[in-house]
Ligand binder design. Structure first.
Ligand code: E4P
Length: 217
C-alpha cells in the first residue's frame, strides 16, 4: 500500500519523506488556498521533496481547458499527476492526457459507476472520497470495497487512491479491502504509530532501566 500526504505543507511533507514512508502527495485548490502559497512555487517544492507522484488539480470546467491546464501543470516536474474532476469533460480530458503518457488522477469520485468510467478513460488513479460520503450518512468504505471488486473483475489497472480520509480506521480498513494508495493529512498518518499500550510499556521499561543505574551511551 502506498502512502500519499494530502497537503501542501512543505515542512510536514519533508518530515514524512525523511522517514521513507511517503510515496507521493495530493493537492487540490482548497489545499493550495489553505497553504497561502503560489501554486507553481509550492508544487515545484513538493515535487522536489518527494520521488513519487504529486497531484496538481485543474480548475477549468471544459475538457479543452482541463487539457491545456494539465499540460501546463505537467511542465512543473516529471512526477506531476494531473488531477481532473470526475465529470464528463474530466473523463474526456483524462483520455487525452493519459494517451499522452501523463499520469492522471480522476478525483471527486463518489460512485462505483464513476470509478468504472475513470478506469475506461485510462486514469492512473481514481480518488473515491470516503469522509465526504460518511459526512452525508453514506458508507465511504463500501465504495472502496465495490471499486476493488469491480476493478479485479475486469483487470482494470487504475489504482484506487482512497481519499478524504479522516481517521486512522479509514486507513486500516482501506488496507484490509485492498486500496492501492491512501492519501491522508500528515497528522492522521502520524497517528497510526500511536498506541496507549506502547506508551505504557515504554514507561515501564524506562522506570525499570533507571533502577539498574546503567547507561547505554
Ligand atoms: C484527495 O485528493 C483530496 O485532496 C482530499 O482527500 C479531500 O479530502 P477532504 O474531504 O478532507 O477535503
Amino acid at each position: 500500500m502506498k502512502f500519499f500526504a494530502d497537503t501542501a505543507d512543505i515542512d510536514a511533507i519533508r518530515e514524512l519523506a525523511a522517514t521513507g514512508l511517503l510515496d507521493g502527495v495530493t493537492t487540490n485548490p482548497s489545499i493550495i488556498m489553505k497553504s497561502g502559497r503560489d501554486i507553481w512555487e509550492v508544487t515545484k517544492e513538493i515535487c522536489e521533496a518527494v520521488d513519487g507522484p504529486v497531484s496538481a488539480e485543474t480548475v477549468a470546467l471544459d475538457a479543452e481547458g482541463m487539457i491545456a491546464e494539465g499540460r501546463k501543470l505537467a511542465q512543473i516536474a516529471d512526477n506531476i499527476a494531473i488531477k481532473v474532476p470526475l465529470t464528463w469533460d474530466g473523463l474526456k480530458a483524462c483520455k487525452v492526457l493519459s494517451g499522452e503518457g501523463r499520469m492522471v488522477n480522476v478525483t471527486l469520485c463518489f460512485s462505483a459507476n464513476q470509478a468504472i468510467l475513470a478506469a475506461k478513460a485510462g486514469a492512473t488513479f481514481v480518488s473515491p472520497f470516503i469522509g465526504r460520503l460518511d459526512d452525508i450518512n453514506l458508507d465511504g468504505m463500501e465504495l472502496i470495497s465495490d471499486i476493488r471488486t469491480i476493478y479485479d473483475n475486469y483487470g482494470f489497472g487504475t489504482q484506487i487512491l482512497a481519499a478524504s480520509i479522516r481517521t486512522v480506521n479509514h486507513i486500516a480498513e482501506s488496507a484490509r479491502i485492498g486500496a492501492d494508495v491512501i492519501t491522508a493529512p500528515p497528522e492522521v498518518i502520524k497517528k497510526m504509530a500511536a498506541h496507549p499500550l506502547t506508551d505504557k510499556g515504554l514507561e515501564g521499561f524506562l522506570a525499570d532501566w533507571a533502577k539498574t543505574g546503567q547507561t547505554i551511551l
